[in-house]
Design a protein around this ligand. Structure first.
Ligand code: C2E
Ligand code: CA
Ligand code: CA
Length: 502
């Protein structure tokens, strides 16, 4: 504009001395220049406006992208938090907000085994199922690889429960992807606002805690938040902290419970059972702290110590007495697990053939090829395996065929527990018969009375363990029991010299 003004003024002054035609021409030129100048200005203005509009749209798209999970098209965590806040704000009186936190079962294995593309399809299938079950106004998200969040307004707790069950049932259906049959399944934790939480933040915490409890049941499970879960969490945190200290301070010991040959009555092996006497709180039961150790990964350090220490003690026993050690699934899944056990045996100079590792069927809940590799590697060195707690949970004969088990331990609930009786007697007989055919040892656990011992033997169990014979005892008592037995056996084999000496 300044340039044009100068141009007009300049031309005006210069024109005064020129003839009329020249003046006219000059004026026309100035007018043209002015027109062109204006056009240019308008063009620049339009360009600037379009640029600004494009940038705004791009920013909007980026913001949108930042809230959406590209794999499933559901929201991501950020998008979900925004939607959750809105749902929470618009809650009508008497209405509730349910938040469900879902974690897929076995997804990581599928992803590792069949590739990321198949993994993505599993996530997409799950997202589709959730969309189908959830009400239209629900907020849905996928984040942290295989976790889903579902938030919806509901009229009542029972409506929330129905919704959670419907979603879990849909997720549990198997699916066929790229020619593979993939098992479904998920854990689901849920919490309600205002019942369990005052705001969206605490609602998510409550749902997360409920999910954690759902997972500890190891089955497809839906759990709703309960007040007791908070107390339980506090207690677990306490156990975890105490256990770390105990490991450092050597507050843990190992007790040994004999496993008896039901035919000869001799000690065949000892099972190593960890013991923890807390300096202030007294004895803490393995059933209370082993699960905490498993969840926190502490079981790896603890388990390595138990195997090494038990092997060192077993090295002092006669060569025909075996050692049984419990192994938790978490230990087996740790990298270098088999090598670690072989190293512990070498260090203790214990023949691998004297070690029997006890595992439960929880190990097979997720069909992990690493499990078979672990077992076969150790079996090659002579280590044996026992299937522990058989008859609880999801017992399946498939596991006995697929994995190199040489021993089956019948859970004490079948022998002396609430579910013992004529029905379990039939189970024991059938299992013992199968064991005989397959050349397996069958151990009856929890033998507390002589009647139970005689019953187990009559049913075909080859070994027995329980308070009738002995509780788990300190290592020096175990050594004494072995010495006494050697003396008895010596006396039984050669009674004559003993009499001569007397
Ligand atoms: P489990 O492997 O089934 O061990 C047998 C449990 O039954 C032991 O309880 C033992 O003391 C108890 N028991 C033995 N005989 C009888 C009986 O006649 N009657 C009754 N009522 N109980 C009997 P404990 O020592 O409390 O161990 C509980 C569980 O904790 C074990 O069950 C095992 O799953 C786990 N555990 C114990 N020590 C270890 C360990 O060193 N490592 C791992 N990973 N788990 C362990
Ligand atoms: Ca055991
Ligand atoms: Ca057992």
């Amino acid at each position: 504009l300044l340039v044009m003004l100068v141009l007009v003024l300049g031309t005006g002054m210069a024109l005064a001395d020129l003839p009329a035609t020249a003046r006219l021409l000059a004026l026309a030129a100035v007018a043209l220049a002015l027109l062109l100048g204006c056009q240019a200005i308008i063009r620049v203005f339009h360009e600037q406006r379009d640029l600004a509009r494009g940038a705004r749209q791009e920013a909007e798209a980026l913001r949108e992208q930042a809230r959406i999970d590209p794999v499933t098209g559901l929201a991501n965590r950020i998008g979900f938090d925004l939607a959750l806040a809105q749902l929470a704000q618009n809650l009508a009186p008497g209405e509730k907000l349910v938040l469900m936190w879902m974690d897929l079962r076995g997804f990581k294995q599928t992803n590792d085994l069949l590739g990321h593309r198949t993994g993505d399809e599993v996530l997409q299938t799950m997202a589709k199922r959730i969309r189908q079950e959830a009400p239209p106004q629900a907020a849905l998200a996928r984040f942290a690889t295989d976790e889903f969040l579902i938030a919806a307004r509901v009229a009542s707790r029972s409506q929330a429960e129905l919704l959670a069950t419907a979603i879990a049932d849909a997720a549990a259906q198997p699916m066929r992807i790229a020619g593979h049959r993939i098992a479904g399944g998920a854990w689901l934790g849920a919490a309600l606002m205002p019942d369990d939480a005052a705001g969206p933040g605490t609602l998510a915490e409550a749902a997360d805690l409920a999910l954690y409890h759902a997972k500890s049941t190891r089955r497809n499970a839906v759990r709703f938040f309960a007040e007791a879960m908070t107390r339980d969490m506090v207690r677990r945190k306490e156990i975890e902290a105490d256990l770390r200290t105990a490991l450092q301070r050597d507050d843990l010991t190992i007790a040994f419970q004999p496993i008896i040959d039901l035919e000869s009555g001799h000690i065949r092996a000892f099972e190593a059972l960890v013991r923890w006497i807390h300096p202030a709180k007294g004895e803490i039961q393995p059933d209370d702290f082993i699960p905490v150790a498993e969840e926190t990964g502490l079981i790896i350090a603890l388990g390595n110590w138990i195997t090494a220490e038990a092997a060192r003690i077993a090295n002092g026993w006669p060569g025909d007495v075996g050692l049984a050690v419990n192994l938790s699934p978490v230990q087996i899944k740790a990298p270098g697990a088999a090598a670690g056990i072989l190293a512990a045996l070498a260090e203790a100079r214990l023949d691998p053939a004297r070690l029997e590792l006890e595992v439960t069927e929880a190990l097979f809940v997720e069909d992990d090829p690493g499990t078979a590799a672990f077992m076969h590697e150790l079996a090659q060195h002579g280590v044996r395996f026992a299937l522990d707690d058989f008859g609880t949970g999801h017992s399946s004969l498939r596991h006995i065929h697929h994995y190199p088990f040489s021993t089956l331990k019948l859970d004490r609930s079948l022998i002396s527990g609430a579910s013992s009786g004529p029905r379990s007697d039939a189970v024991i007989r059938a299992v013992a018969e199968m064991g005989q055919t397959l050349g397996m040892e069958i151990v009856a656990e929890g033998l507390e009375t002589i009647d139970q011992v005689l019953g187990a033997r009559a049913a075909g169990c080859t070994l027995g363990q329980g308070w009738h014979f002995s509780r788990a005892v300190p290592d020096y008592t175990a050594a004494m029991m072995l010495a006494e037995e050697a003396e008895r056996r010596g006396a039984a084999v050669s009674p004559a010299p003993a009499r001569k000496a007397g």
